[in-house]
Design a protein around this ligand. Structure first.
Ligand code: FES
Ligand SMILES: [Fe+2]
Length: 392
């Protein structure tokens, strides 16, 4: 079945759920230990078996579309530099000078083919190679091949630049994304316009991620922001490997879909229904007509914290100043909703988990996506090649 047909069927499922008062459902409820959100050993395992192994979103292609563009940031507590070289290919490296460890490129976006370390002015090319040692004659001999920046595995796919945070590790982004790549590629995100980003701070990364995987909380937690547009507790779930497409029914789904021929439903995202796409382990994407929000959840130093970058893109660049202002307004609005209504709740949940009140938390049959996410984490933590991955 083609993707359009699948999406059309999901829209029909959502419509049926609305008519019948149902939602996609797991077989049973699932309890997981509350310690999964607080235990330092569990957290260390997640870093080791998930975040150091899997490709992570480092940048959107649209953030650095031109040769020479770069982005310098912290990812998983490490300074990294992502560059686009003359031939259009991307590279990623640890942004750490081979002389005495200074951070080389300044944080943020820019365009440069050479980077000069601010400490003693060694110069690096944007492919990571050492170009020149400052005052080399006085310094003594240096093997230039050995003293480049430390490269990280890096690939560009689906309009996203992916990095594995372990030098020398294997990387196969096509295999990792599977059918999610087919889904992403229909959007051509690499040709979209990068509008900007917002950063928020929250609780344990899984508490934050759990919030993107269900609409059960819409009525209680988002009564004035999301709930007026979207039904609470009506979802469809489709898994693509560990990644998911979660469908939500808009309150006007019946009217919207009635106005569209059935064979076009699969091309009618945002007209009666919306999706949150999650890319394991830490990305969520919400396509909306006004703007698209891509959330990048970065676990903090300890289990109780995460930093989330909300990256915003749109098909077209701003038309004029009024449009630009509108974009800024919607980015702030979305940031405030996620920050105040989701991450605010998350920080309280973190306190709840740390109180010792609970041995376990329970996910309902309706919270099917969360169940799958936590089962997948357990599968990764087992680090057992003979084990079969969970199914949704
Ligand atoms: S630390 Fe970079 S040039 Fe000395
Ligand atoms: Fe929410």
């Amino acid at each position: 079945m083609g993707l359009t047909e699948t999406l059309g069927n999901e829209a029909e499922e959502l419509l049926k759920h609305v008519e019948n008062g149902t939602t996609d459902s797991a077989e049973d409820t699932l309890e997981i230990p509350a310690s999964a959100y607080v235990d330092p050993e569990c957290f260390a395992g997640e870093m080791e078996h998930i975040f150091k192994k899997l490709p992570l979103l480092a940048a959107l292609s649209a953030e650095m579309p031109n040769p020479g563009d770069y982005k310098s940031m912290e990812l998983m507590g490490k300074p990294i530099l992502i560059t686009r070289k003359k031939d259009g290919q991307v590279s990623a490296m640890l942004n750490v000078c081979a002389h005495r460890g200074m951070i080389v490129a300044p944080e943020g976006h820019g365009n440069a083919s050479l980077f000069v370390c601010p400490y003693h002015a060694w110069t690096f090319r944007n492919d990571g190679k050492l170009q020149a040692v400052a005052e080399a004659r006085k310094f003594g001999s240096v093997c230039k091949e050995d003293k480049g920046l430390t490269m990280l595995p890096c690939e560009e796919a689906g309009g996203i630049i992916w990095v594995v945070m372990t030098p020398g590790a294997d990387m196969d982004i096509k295999a990792h994304l599977g059918d999610m790549l087919v889904d992403l590629e229909t959007y051509g995100l690499e040709d979209w316009h990068f509008c900007g980003s917002r950063t928020i701070h929250g609780a344990n990364w899984k508490i934050a991620y759990d919030g993107y995987l269900e609409g059960y909380h819409f009525a209680a937690a988002h009564p004035e922001t999301i709930h007026p547009r979207t039904f609470s507790n009506i979802m469809t779930f489709t898994a693509m490997g560990p990644h998911m497409r979660v469908g939500f029914a808009q309150v006007g789904i019946k009217e919207s879909l009635a106005a569209i021929p059935r064979d076009k439903w699969g091309e009618s995202e945002n007209q009666g229904f919306d999706y949150v796409r999650t890319i394991f382990p830490n990305v969520s994407i919400f396509f909306a007509p006004e703007i698209t929000q891509i959330a990048q959840l970065i676990p903090g130093k300890t289990a109780d914290q995460n930093t989330t970058n909300l990256l915003f893109i749109r098909r077209d660049p701003p038309k004029d100043d009024a449009d630009l202002e509108a974009i800024e307004g919607i980015m702030n609005w979305l940031r405030d909703v996620v920050d105040e209504e989701d991450y605010g709740v998350g920080l309280k949940i973190q306190k709840g988990m740390e109180s010792g009140a609970l041995k376990s938390v329970i996910f309902g049959k309706n919270e099917r996506g969360n169940q799958y996410f936590h089962k997948y984490i357990d599968y990764c933590l087992s680090d057992d090649p003979d084990k079969v991955p969970p199914i949704l």
